[in-house]
Design a protein around this ligand. Structure first.
Ligand code: 5CA
Ligand code: ZN
Length: 413
């Protein structure tokens, strides 16, 4: 599927350091490339049933920053992202609003593309709709059946059977690791809150996730080798990441609401399919709140990128406001954030268009910016480095203006 228009990224002389990022699986920063000169990034994409909110924007911006830091360090980056264009929340929204689910998905994907473009987010090389991969996913599920990882559960409201993944069948390379291990009670609660069905009768373990939903009247379905139906959620990301990037990928990314069960189960599926870990590292962004609650399509407390742009916001200021927070923190958006980012940007613009100051400090600032971004995407530190240069009389050399663009994605001047 078509992604979106790539922003230009200037070449900056020299290279930044090899980035380290916090890996949820081990609970500390790591170089996920493990010495390789190639980096394969998979980021969980949107479920297209409502507009891009600031939480989504912040998450894709964090991985955009990682992509920029890798490129600046001289890596070849391959990036894949899915879009969950068939799933319960989308079908429920389409039914509620009396619109066709495919039309709803197409229109929301279009909006998302426009928002990503406005924010100058680097597009994935492979932007993959789940509806285009159903056969491949079914093939993988058939393999899991043959190898004993998948089992069927009686499904009275369908001619076929739903298929589930047996979480207790051991695999060598499963799991994000001890740091993400949760107690069973928490896993059951999170599973129920995040698309799972721990109370479904007939499962071997309440935590077993759905791999395949057999066709139901009035629901979309595909004819496949595991019967008519549609894929469950986690398997889509395991299959798409493995097919497009090869396992293990360098980084599996998404918001922290995906740590469990989504990334845990995707890793389990990958281990069962390929006897490989899904990823070298699992990187998670914090949750952004508004008016005291996590911003969420289902809660409806949305601050959308489109809304801010329609109100006249400079997209660079939205970017700068988001970059002023640490990607891994949970934080709350206040209405004043945009105004303060807009003021900061005006100062940076004025500085970049003036020619005064000491040019000999500029190289140090370039190095400092690179060091901050490569250090677990410390964008607040990078923003502070620019502030210090602006306030301290460093001259805005072309290399300095370019590194702000290359790493922070903001063209000033
Ligand atoms: N389609 C699945 C992933 S396969 C999905 O989670 N879609 S989503 O539309 O609900 O979310 C898209 C991305 O935005 C996910 O990485 C999610 O973790 C992230 N996200 C959602 N809400 C927030 C928030 N409030 N703050 C930060 N990131 C968020
Ligand atoms: Zn995903």
């Amino acid at each position: 599927m078509r992604a979106w228009q790539a922003p230009s990224v200037p070449e900056v002389p020299g290279n930044g350091p090899r980035p380290v990022v916090h890996d949820t699986a081990v609970g500390r920063p790591v170089d996920p490339t493990r010495g390789d000169d190639r980096a394969a990034l998979y980021v969980c994409g949107i479920t297209p049933y409502d507009a891009t909110h600031l939480g989504h924007a912040a998450t894709y911006l964090a991985f955009d920053t990682l992509g920029r830091a890798w490129r600046d360090a001289g890596f070849d980056v391959e990036y894949a992202q899915n879009t969950t264009d068939v799933d319960d929340p989308l079908l429920e929204r389409a039914a509620r609003d009396g619109v066709d689910w495919q039309d709803l998905a197409a229109s929301q994907i279009d909006l998302f593309r426009r928002d990503m473009e406005a924010l100058r987010i680097l597009p994935p090389d492979d932007y993959v709709a789940v509806t285009d991969e159903v056969e491949r996913i079914a093939e993988a599920i058939a393999f899991l059946q043959e190898t004993g990882y998948a089992y069927s559960v009686p499904t009275p409201d369908s001619e076929g059977d739903d298929l589930y993944f047996d979480v207790n069948r051991p695999t060598e390379s499963w799991a994000l690791g001890d740091e993400s291990r949760l107690d069973r009670e928490t896993m059951l609660t999170l599973s129920a809150e995040r698309g799972g069905d721990p109370d479904r009768p007939g499962k071997r373990d309440p935590l077993d996730p759905l791999l395949w939903r057999a066709a139901r009247a009035g629901e979309p379905s595909w004819e496949t080798e595991v019967g008519p139906g549609r894929p469950g959620w986690h398997i889509e990301c395991s299959v798409i990441a493995g097919d497009r990037l090869g396992l293990p990928i360098t980084v599996q990314g998404g918001g922290s609401d995906l740590v469990f069960p989504h990334h845990e189960m995707s890793a389990g599926h990958a281990a069962a399919l390929a006897h490989q870990p899904l990823a070298n590292a699992y990187v998670h962004t914090g949750m952004i709140a508004y008016q005291g609650e996590k911003i969420s399509k289902s809660l409806g407390n949305l601050v959308t990128v489109r809304g801010l742009l329609d109100d006249g916001a400079d997209p660079r200021a939205i970017r700068l406001a988001l970059l002023s927070h640490r990607y891994s923190d949970d934080w709350e958006w206040f209405d004043g954030e945009l105004a303060s980012a807009t003021r900061r940007l005006a100062t940076w613009d004025a500085w970049a268009s003036g020619g005064a100051g000491h040019a000999d400090d500029a190289d140090d600032v370039v190095a400092r910016l690179r060091a901050r971004v490569a250090d677990d995407l410390d964008t607040p530190g990078a923003v502070a480095a620019v502030d210090t240069a602006v306030a301290g009389g460093t001259r805005s050399t072309p290399a300095l203006v370019d590194v702000v663009d290359a790493l922070l994605g903001i063209r000033i001047g």
